[in-house]
Write a protein that binds this ligand. Structure first.
Ligand code: 3H9
Length: 722
C-alpha cells in the first residue's frame, strides 16, 4: 500500500517535469490518497515514516476535502497508513518561510466542511496530528491508539487550534493535563475525557467507514468543535481549574506555561476566532525563542544515532551472552544494562572479594529499586538469575561478546581480551569500554580479531550515549553488532571515526575542554562553587568540579595531561588540582575534594579549607571572573573542541557533537548542544572569547579554523548539518 502511495505518479513518467514546476501539488497526490467507497470519500495519509503534516500533506488534505465536496460523497473519512496516524506538523519546516495552506487554515476548512468529517486514529496522533482530529467532526480510535499534544517538549504550544478546541470537549483541567505534560494518553482515557467519540477493536478502517456511513445515513451532519460547549458547561469549575494551574506555576518555564494556561482560559473568555489569534501569536513568539530552537534541535540531534546507524552496513550478530571484565562503577553499570535487556552476563573480577563486592553492589541497586516500587521483586530475581561471576578465563567459554571495563592501559586490555577470546572459542566480538588507543589494541590482539570500542558514560540512564569506534577496515558485522547491542541495552550509539592516536572520543574531549577552562578560571580567582553554579545555571546537570569529585581527582588529572588539537593542558597546567591532591582531597569517596561531603545528606558543600588552599596557590590577585565570563568561556571552550572534531572529520556533522553533549555530558536539551548554542550566541563572540582566553595563557587554546571560515562566509555550524 505504502509503495503504491509513494509512486502514485509513476516513476520516471512525464510527471517528473510537472513535479519540478509544481512540487507541492504533485507530491500532495502521493502523500494523501483519495478513494471514494460508495458514499464515503476516504482520504489516506501516506507520508512515511510518521505522516508528518508537511506542506504536501496539507495540500493533499485540502485537495481531498475539496474533491469530496465536488463529488456525490455524503461523508469524509480521514485515515492513515503505517504505525503512526500523524506526528503532527513537520518539524523540519519550522524556521522556513511559511507555505500555504497553513495547518490553521486547513483545519478551519475541515471544521467548516458541509460534509461530516470522521477521523479514525491508529498508532499515535500527536501535536498537529491530534489537532487534525479535533478539527474534524467525529473522532474514533483503535484501542491501542494514543493521542497527545507534545508541543511543550519542543518549547511550543499546540498552535493549530489545540488550546481552543480541546477545552471545549474536555474542560480546562483535562486539556491542560494533556497540553502541559506533553505526554500521550491511551485512547480509552481520551474517550473517558470526551476527547474521542469511540474506541474500537478490530479493523479500524472498516469501523471508520461504518461510522461515516451511519452519520451520513442518520443525517447527523457536521459537528464543528468550535460550537461544542460540553467542556465549558460549568464555567465556574473551568475558571477554578485555570486558577489552580496558574497557582502551581514555578521554575524557569513558568513564563511559557503561564501563556499556555492563558490561551486555554481564552477559549472560555474570548470568541473562538479571537482565541485562535491569541494562540497563534503565542505560538509564533515561542517558535522564535532560543529555548524552542534548542529543544527542536535536540529532537533532531537525538535521532543522529539513527542516522549513524544507517552508515553501519553489516548484519549484526545474534548475541545471547556477554562477559564484562571489571566490576567497578563502569563495569557494574554495563552489566546492569545487559541484564536489564535480558542478556546472560558474566562479571569478571581479579579475586573473590572484589567479585562479591561487585555482585553485591548490583544487587543493592536492584533492591533499592524494588523498595522504591520501581521494580517488581520477581523482575529483580529474574535479572540476578542471568548474572554469574568469576575470576577465571574459562568462564568466558561460549561468550558472544566480551567487554573490557577495567582501568588498564591499552596493551594490557588487549592482552586480557585476547586471553578471554581464546577461552570463549569461536570469534567473539571484543570491545573496550574506555577511551583507549584502538591501534594499540589491534596491534596487541591481532588484525583478524573483531575488536572495537564502546565508550559509555555512566550513570547510563542519565547519559545514554555510547560512542562506537571500530578500526579502519574492520568487518562490517563488528560495527553493526556493537550498534545493535547498544540499542538493545536501551542506549544511544554514535559512530565515531577512528583517529588511531588515543586522542579521546567526543564526550571525553568536550568534558576535558570544560574542565580545562574551569582550571583556568580558578587560577583567575573564581571559586569552584561559583564556577559550578554558573555552569549549572547555563545548562549542565553538574558543574565540572562536582563531576570531578565523583570521578576522583586522580582520574581527572590523568585525563587532563594529554594534548589535543584544541588545547594544550601543559600551558595552563593543573596547579589547583595538584594543590588539592597534595592536601589529600581526592574526591567524594574520600569525603573531600573540591567540596566537602561530611554532612548526612552527602551533598557537596563549599569548604573554607579549599578556599585557603586555592588562595595560597594562585599566582596573584585579580578580580574574580563573574558568571557571564564563566559561562562564555566554558561555552567557547566546548564549542571549540566540537569545531575541531568536525574539522578533523571525527564526526560527520556538528549535530553529532550536539548529540554527544546532550546524551553524554548532561547538557540541557533546551540549549540544543554546544554547536547550536554557539550559533545562537554568535560565532564572532565566541571567537573573541577564545582570543581573550589565549591572551591569558598564550598557546593554551587553539581556535579551530572553522571559526574564521564560517564567520568569513556568513555561515553557521547549523549550515554544516545540511
Ligand atoms: C506541532 O504539531 C505544532 C502544531 O501544534 C502547530 C503547527 C502550526 N516532523 O522518533 P522516530 C521523524 S509540533 C518531522 O525515530 P519512533 C524523525 O525525525 C510537532 N519529522 O520514530 C525520524 O526521522 P529520521 C508535535 C518527524 O517510532 C523519523 O520521523 N509532534 C516528526 O521512535 C522517525 O522518528 C511531536 O513532537 C515530525 N513531527 O517515534 C512528535 N516526528 O529517521 C514528535 C518524527 O530521518 N515525534 N519525525 O531521523 C515523536 O514523538 C516520535 O517521532 C514518534 C515516533 C512517537 C512519532
Amino acid at each position: 500500500m505504502t509503495e503504491m502511495c509513494r509512486y502514485a505518479g509513476g516513476e520516471g513518467s512525464g510527471d517528473d517535469l510537472e513535479e519540478i514546476l509544481h512540487p507541492y501539488e504533485d507530491r500532495s497526490m502521493t502523500v494523501v490518497r483519495y478513494v471514494q467507497q460508495e458514499r464515503v470519500a476516504v482520504l489516506t495519509l501516506c507520508n512515511p515514516p510518521v505522516n508528518a503534516l508537511s506542506v504536501a500533506t496539507r495540500t493533499g488534505l485540502l485537495d481531498g476535502v475539496n474533491r469530496a465536496l465536488a463529488s456525490d460523497a455524503a461523508a469524509i473519512l480521514i485515515v492513515a497508513e503505517g504505525s503512526t496516524f500523524s506526528a503532527g506538523a513537520d518539524i523540519n519546516e519550522f524556521g522556513q518561510p511559511p507555505v500555504e495552506p497553513s495547518l490553521g487554515d486547513l483545519f478551519r476548512h475541515i471544521e467548516d466542511c458541509p460534509l461530516p468529517v470522521v477521523v479514525a486514529i491508529q498508532g499515535a496522533a500527536l501535536g498537529g496530528g491530534f489537532e487534525l482530529a479535533l478539527a474534524a467532526h467525529y473522532r474514533i480510535a483503535a484501542r491501542n491508539a494514543r493521542i497527545g499534544l507534545p508541543e511543550v517538549k519542543l518549547g511550543l504550544l499546540p498552535g493549530a487550534g489545540g488550546t481552543q478546541r480541546l477545552p471545549r470537549l474536555s474542560g480546562a483541567n483535562a486539556a491542560l493535563e494533556v497540553i502541559l505534560s506533553g505526554e500521550p494518553i491511551a485512547a480509552e482515557a481520551a474517550l473517558q475525557m470526551g476527547m474521542l467519540d469511540d474506541v474500537v477493536d478490530g479493523d479500524l478502517a472498516e469501523a471508520g467507514l461504518i461510522w461515516a456511513d451511519q452519520i451520513a445515513d442518520g443525517g447527523l451532519g457536521p459537528r464543528p468543535t468550535r460550537k461544542v460547549t460540553t467542556g465549558m458547561s460549568d464555567p465556574v469549575t473551568f475558571m477554578a481549574d485555570i486558577a489552580a494551574w496558574h497557582a502551581a506555576l514555578e521554575g524557569e518555564t513558568a513564563d511559557t506555561t503561564g501563556k499556555i494556561i492563558e490561551c486555554v482560559e481564552a477559549s472560555l473568555l474570548l470568541p473562538f476566532e479571537a482565541g485562535l489569534r491569541r494562540e497563534r501569536s503565542v505560538f509564533r513568539e515561542l517558535l522564535a525563542s532560543d529555548r524552542s530552537r534548542g529543544l527542536r534541535h535536540a529532537f533532531r540531534a537525538e535521532r543522529s544515532a539513527g542516522r549513524s546507524a544507517k552508515q553501519v552496513s553489516g548484519k549484526p550478530r545474534y548475541i545471547q551472552s556477554c562477559v564484562v571484565m571489571g566490576g567497578g562503577f563502569l563495569g557494574g553499570s554495563i552489566s546492569m544494562a545487559l541484564l536489564n535487556s535480558g542478556l546472560k552476563t558474566t562479571l569478571i573480577e581479579t579475586d573473590d572479594a572484589s567479585l562479591s563486592e561487585a555482585v553485591g553492589s548490583i544487587l543493592d541497586v536492584y533492591d533499592r529499586s524494588v523498595s522504591r516500587g520501581d521494580l517488581a521483586a520477581s523482575e529483580r530475581d529474574a535479572r540476578m538469575a542471568l548474572l554469574s561471576g568469576s575470576s577465571a578465563y574459562t568462564s568466558a567459554a561460549g561468550a558472544d561478546v566480551i567487554i573490557h571495563a577495567g582501568p588498564v592501559a591499552a596493551d594490557q586490555a588487549g592482552r586480557d581480551l585476547a586471553g578471554f577470546a581464546k577461552a570463549a572459542g569461536g570469534q567473539p566480538i571484543l570491545a573496550v569500554a574506555s577511551d583507549l588507543d584502538i591501534s594499540v589494541l589491534v596491534e596487541t590482539i591481532g588484525r583478524d580479531a573483531l575488536v572495537g570500542q564502546m565508550v559509555f558514560h555512566p550513570p547510563l540512564r542519565a547519559n545514554p550515549l555510547v560512542e562506537v569506534l571500530v578500526p579502519e577496515g574492520a568487518a562490517p558485522e563488528l560495527a553493526a553488532s556493537l550498534f545493535a547491542l547498544a540499542r538493545r541495552m536501551g542506549l544511544k550509539p554514535l559512530l565515531v571515526a577512528p583517529r588511531g592516536s588515543g586522542e579521546g572520543l567526543i564526550a571525553g574531549r568536550l568534558r576535558g575542554a570544560m574542565r580545562q577552562v574551569a582550571e583556568h578560571l580558578l587560577i583567575l580567582g573564581a571559586a569552584p562553587e561559583a564556577i559550578d553554579a554558573a555552569v549549572r545555571d547555563w545548562g549542565f546537570r553538574l558543574g565540572p568540579f562536582e563531576a570531578e569529585d565523583r570521578a576522583g581527582l586522580e582520574a581527572g588529572r590523568a585525563d587532563q595531561s594529554r594534548s589535543y588539537p584544541d588545547r594544550n593542558p601543559q600551558i595552563i597546567g593543573q596547579p589547583m588540582t595538584s594543590a588539592l591532591l597534595d592536601a589529600g582531597r581526592t574526591g567524594r569517596s574520600a569525603g573531600a575534594g573540591w567540596f566537602s561531603y561530611d554532612t548526612e545528606d552527602g551533598r557537596a558543600r563549599p569548604d573554607p579549607v579549599v578556599r585557603d588552599i586555592l588562595s595560597a596557590t594562585r599566582p596573584g590577585t585579580t578580580a574574580a571572573p563573574g558568571d557571564a565570563q564563566i559561562q562564555l568561556w566554558t561555552q567557547a571552550a566546548i564549542a571549540n573542541s566540537g569545531a575541531w572534531l568536525v574539522a578533523d572529520k571525527v564526526v560527520d556533522h556538528p549535530i553529532d557533537v550536539d548529540m554527544a553533549a546532550l546524551s553524554g555530558l548532561g547538557m540541557a536539551r533546551a540549549r540544543g548542544g554546544p554547536m547550536l548554542s554557539a550559533d545562537l550566541a554568535g560565532l564572532a563572540q565566541l571567537q573573541q572569547a577564545l582570543a581573550a582566553m589565549n591572551a591569558e595563557h598564550p598557546g593554551a587554546w587553539t581556535p579551530s579554523p572553522l571559526w574564521s571560515e564560517l564567520i568569513k562566509n556568513g555561515r553557521s555550524f547549523s549550515d554544516l548539518n545540511e
